[in-house]
Write a protein that binds this ligand. Structure first.
Ligand code: LLP
Length: 402
């Protein structure tokens, strides 16, 4: 199962837009659910930050996933899109009072707390509402992830989490505060991780910390190991669905859960990454001094990952239905920044003005990170379901007009 672009349907549409293949998204969710142990003690909270498109969120909530949110606005959107509050958790180093109150009023299950002052504020805001806030302590496990420096989070120099040396003190504080209920520990080591030994190292760390707490008579109901499983950006059609089984097996074999404990996950990219592509039209093909440029109507404002992380996204000319000779092109956007480049010396079939170009594997951290720089409009989003609905409507109208 991989994305087949309905290019004939695209010709009536303005570009650029995100195209979401919901058949692939649903197949990915089916594999994910199959790979989770049947006993129900693994729980998945989809990381809304990866893609908060309401249509995408509705598919996630309908599949029974919870939501991992990082702002008050994400909590509200998740609740609007069908996630029930007891399946929503709230993370982030800088939760404002207003956002904490949104979480409390909504009745979310857990705040992932990153510092002592935040714990105090949550307790006092909960107390003034006469409620108890569920909290998990985010621990910085000092486990490195072999991924891009901008997306590692679990090392001492990162701003995230509570230092392991401080954990006992913060646990004492959580136990003594009147309006919080200490529910668990939370970890997250980074993103786009493909080497299972990184997750194994996290399991070893969690085991150590659990023993430390157990020695003082504490077993917390939840262990949350965050997200981070990566996808195959080089070969989206060969590997459209990540190997969830090996991922969960790593935790099953290496993390020692106590009876009654549940293990929580917060995957984002692995679930939504491969189902999305940014589709654009070629505005110009320009002959430079030494190279040829393909200039798209999509730019770094629509997909910032290449400019920000030097990230690779496979670039395809989806209009080249019949064989054309191949040439190397630099594929660039229209924004007035020299980093507005999607790929250099990319081999593409002979490319012409008006061709559709797809930037693949853009379902995660694509649309949601778009900006309005240069006063450019935010990209639209189209789903395979919505195209199908349009087809149905069209055929209904045809029937009526008979
Ligand atoms: N949980 C926490 C606490 C996180 O910070 C993140 C991502 C996730 C879960 C979900 O991680 P995932 O499963 O998607 O790897 N904009 C960057 C990625 C930033 C990730 C931030 N945290 C990118 O485009 O690569």
């Amino acid at each position: 199962m991989h994305t087949i672009f309905p290019v004939d349907r695209f010709s009536a549409l303005d570009t650029p837009f995100y195209y979401y293949d919901f058949d692939l998204l649903r197949a990915t969710l089916a594999d994910l659910c199959d790979a989770m142990p049947a006993d129900g003690n693994f729980r998945m909270h989809y990381a809304v930050k990866a893609n908060a498109n309401p249509d995408v969120l509705r598919v996630m909530s309908a599949a029974g996933l919870g939501a991992d949110c990082v702002s008050g606005a994400e909590i509200m959107r998740a609740a609007d899109c069908g996630f029930s509050p007891e399946n929503i958790v709230f993370a982030g180093v800088g939760k404002t009072d207003r956002e904490i109150n949104i979480g409390l009023d909504c009745g979310i299950s857990c705040f992932n707390v990153e510092s002592e002052p935040e714990l105090e504020v949550i307790s006092s805001l909960a107390a003034s509402r006469g409620v108890k806030a569920g909290v998990a302590l985010r621990v910085n496990p000092e486990v490195g992830a072999h991924t891009h420096a901008n997306i590692t989070t679990g090392m001492a120099e990162n701003k995230f989490g509570i230092a392991m040396n401080n954990l006992d003190k913060v646990v004492d504080m959580a136990l003594s505060l009147p309006a919080v209920e200490l529910k668990g520990l939370h970890f997250h080591i980074g993103s786009q991780i493909l080497d299972m030994t990184d997750f194994q190292a996290l399991c070893n760390r969690v085991n150590e910390l659990q023993e430390r707490l157990e020695n003082r008579g504490l077993i917390l109901p939840h262990i949350n190991v965050g997200g981070g499983l990566g996808i195959d950006y080089r070969n989206p059609d060969g590997n459209p669905i990540p190997d969830f089984k090996t991922y969960f097996d790593t935790y099953r074999h290496h993390l020692r859960l106590r009876p009654g404990q549940t293990l929580h996950f917060e995957l984002g990219r692995a679930i939504v990454g491969q189902c999305g592509s940014l589709v654009s039209r070629v505005t110009y093909v320009k002959q430079g001094v030494r190279k040829q440029f393909v200039i798209l109507d999509a730019g770094m404002t629509d997909l910032i990952r290449p400019a920000l992380y030097q990230a690779y996204h496979k670039i395809e000319n989806i209009s080249a239905e019949t064989a054309r000779p191949t040439y190397p092109y630099d594929v660039v956007g229209p924004v007035c920044e020299s980093s507005d480049v999607f790929g250099k010396a990319v081999d593409l079939p002979l490319t012409r003005r008006g061709d559709f170009i797809a930037l693949r594997s853009a379902g995660a951290y694509g649309e949601i990170m778009a900006s309005g720089y240069n006063c450019r409009p935010l990209p639209e989003a189209i789903t395979s379901d919505s195209l199908r609905r349009d087809d149905d409507l069209e055929s209904m109208t045809e029937c009526r007009s008979l």
